[in-house]
Design a protein. Structure first.
Lengths: 399, 217
């Protein structure tokens, strides 16, 4: 073998090794990518801790907790980032989801901003900006945050018209659409004492210009009431093709409004009032109550229905599986009961969807969560993964 | 030689007469007398000597046995006292009860009873009673945090009295190491609402906000 042949043979082997290494590396990269398809926030009863589980598939496998325990309330998830409110030291935390767990990327002191989880909301303005709103001491306040730098861009009050004398704001939520911020609420006597006093019989909406956040006008709709939820992170409205669908939950949990039904209202693009021709009733007053509204795409949403007759004590809402999932076709106003087992009524983000499937959590008596997978096209319901603990959130982490 | 005399002589306090006796004893004059004493007595045979030794040993053994028993008894009594003391801290004596009122001057005050740590909200009051072989009975007004500090899950009975005077009771299983929020809530009737500390957000907002105020949650 001449020296030239020797060199070219060596180069050939080197090249082969290089190709193998590149192949292995790409496999590893692919594996990493797969691991981050979804993020689960799960309460582990044995550890008494909330944990993060990255998963590659919700169809099979056994997810396990990775990294640190989750140190606060997850108020929003955007682009593989989790925004947590740490109420102990009043700070906003930004974590990046990785296959090995959550990694802290930034913190923001929130001590100067009064934030109340029962009367708050979060709007995503753009890729790097969120607006957090909250009603504290009967004042609507907001804070706009640059998530990239984790700093406050501005904060102030929103001039929502005052509640009538002797009444307070209740059922609060807001959606941002087309440079307008829609703030929804109703009124109630007493401090969120929905068990004692029924709410006012209307959804009151204030429209603010964005980014000026100046009050433009407002309107009310008396077909249902109580447009908000119990916390700033559960879903109570759906934004679909520049149209906002808002769920009215008359009286909130206990549904104690004397006549109003649980129903969805529609706010069309550019409109200054809910569509008078659209009222999607989700039950008969006094018989069924609907809570939370999850966007599944394709004009579909998911809600949780409670049969009112199953409630004899308030404790039933907390301790019994008294709710069930129902699929809503928002455009056609069609309801489809899904045949999953009964569920607890909670206000967690424990439902998610991708282009083809919806993923529903059912927390079982054996302290495991069974995910059910609903085929949005064929309507077939199947079992997905089962995992230890109670799912608090499911978030799709790659698009 | 008389030891007292010997002592006197050695310390220099002896009289001349006593010094003379001492000198003679030093020279060995007294040996005979000593020997005579023995000779004049009954010389014990070896079996008798052994019998005396055994008797002495037996007496000594009894004395040691007594001392050992006394020592063991004192150790047992000490241990009992220690266990009793710590037992009192962690488990209430059967038939005992605790009544605890909220004290505005000490809002953070906590009490312990039968392994449960108790903290009361504003104007709260609790009565806890433990009877033999029965569940711990708790009746209270206002809001309360109960923490199970024991290493086992614990079942308790919470007795509620409605504003109309109707008494109802509810069994609760408090998991080890967990804290629970207890409050009364007027729904269709006045009823007890219980959640784990971490599930505060599940409570009715009005009740939860009272809890937050009371316990700085």
């Amino acid at each position: 073998m001449n020296p030239l042949q020797s060199v070219s043979l060596k180069s050939f082997f080197d090249l082969k090794i290089l190709i193998i290494l590149i192949f292995l590396n790409s496999c590893a990269a692919e594996h990493t990518k797969k691991d981050l398809s979804y993020g689960l926030i799960v309460y582990d009863q044995h550890k008494d801790a909330t944990v993060f589980m990255p998963v590659s598939s919700l169809w099979d496998g056994k997810p396990v907790a990775r990294g640190i325990d989750v140190p606060g309330m997850t108020i929003a998830v955007y682009d593989q980032h989790y925004l947590l409110m740490d109420r102990r030291d009043k700070s906003l935390l930004k974590y990046r989801a990785t296959p090995d767990g959550l990694v802290l990327e930034g913190t923001l002191a929130m001590k100067s901003f009064a934030w109340e989880p029962y009367s708050s909301w979060v709007n995503r303005i753009n890729e790097h900006t969120v607006l957090i709103g909250s009603v504290v001491n009967e004042q609507f306040q907001y804070i706009e945050i640059d998530l990239k730098e984790m700093k406050v861009q501005r904060s102030g009050s929103l001039a929502v018209p005052a509640a009538p004398k002797g009444l307070n704001y209740a059922g609060i939520f807001a959606e941002l659409l087309d440079n307008r911020l829609f703030v929804f609420c109703t009124y109630q006597k007493g401090l969120m004492r929905e068990h004692v006093n029924p709410p006012d019989g209307a959804v009151h909406t204030s429209i603010f210009s964005y980014p000026e956040l100046e009050l433009q006008n407002g309107f009310e709709d008396k077909r249902t009431t109580w447009p908000g939820s119990y916390n700033g992170w559960s879903s109570n409205s759906v934004l679909l093709n520049d149209t906002i669908y808002v769920l009215g939950q008359p009286g909130g949990r206990t549904g104690n409004h004397p006549v109003a039904p649980s129903a969805v209202l529609r706010l069309n693009k550019g409109a200054n009032a809910f569509d008078p021709g659209y009222l999607f009733k989700l039950g008969v007053h006094g018989a069924q109550e609907a809570y939370t509204l999850f966007n599944l795409g394709h004009g579909l949403a998911l809600t949780k229905i409670v049969e009112s007759t199953r409630i004899s004590r308030f404790d039933d809402y907390l301790t019994k599986r008294i709710a069930r999932y129902e699929l809503l076709d928002l455009r056609r106003q069609k309801r489809t009961a899904l045949a999953t087992p009964a569920i607890f009524l909670d206000f967690n983000m424990d439902v998610s969807a991708d282009e083809d499937f919806a993923y529903l959590s059912v927390y079982q008596q054996n302290d495991k969560t069974q995910l059910w997978i609903y085929d949005l096209r064929s309507g077939v319901l199947r079992r997905g993964i089962q995992l230890d603990g109670k799912v608090i959130r499911i978030d799709k982490l790659n698009d | 030689m008389n030891p007292e005399l010997l002592k006197k002589c050695l310390s220099g306090n002896a009289s001349e007469e006593e010094l003379e006796i001492y000198s003679k004893w030093m020279e060995g004059d007294d040996d005979e007398a000593d020997a005579e004493e023995i000779i004049t007595g009954d010389i014990p045979v070896s079996s008798e000597v052994w019998a005396r030794i055994k008797a002495q040993n037996l007496k000594h053994d009894h004395s040691q046995l007594y001392k050992n028993r006394a020592f063991k008894l004192s150790v047992a009594a000490s241990l009992l006292a220690v266990f009793y003391f710590f037992g009192f801290q962690h488990s209430a004596p059967v038939g005992q009860q605790l009544v605890f009122h909220y004290d505005q001057s000490k809002p953070l005050l906590e009490k312990e009873f039968d392994g449960l740590r108790i903290r009361l909200g504003q104007n709260g009051k609790v009565k806890m009673a433990q009877q033999r072989n029965e569940l711990l009975d708790i009746s209270f007004s206002g809001n309360m945090i109960l923490s199970n500090t024991t290493s086992d899950d614990k079942e308790i009975l919470v007795v509620s009295k409605s504003t109309g005077g109707q008494v109802t009771s509810k069994r609760l299983n408090l998991r080890k190491g967990r804290s629970y929020l207890l409050g009364h809530y007027l729904f269709k009737t006045d009823e007890l609402v219980v959640t784990e500390n971490r599930d505060l957000m599940n409570m009715p907002p009005a009740l939860a906000m009272n809890m937050k105020r009371d316990f700085n949650l």
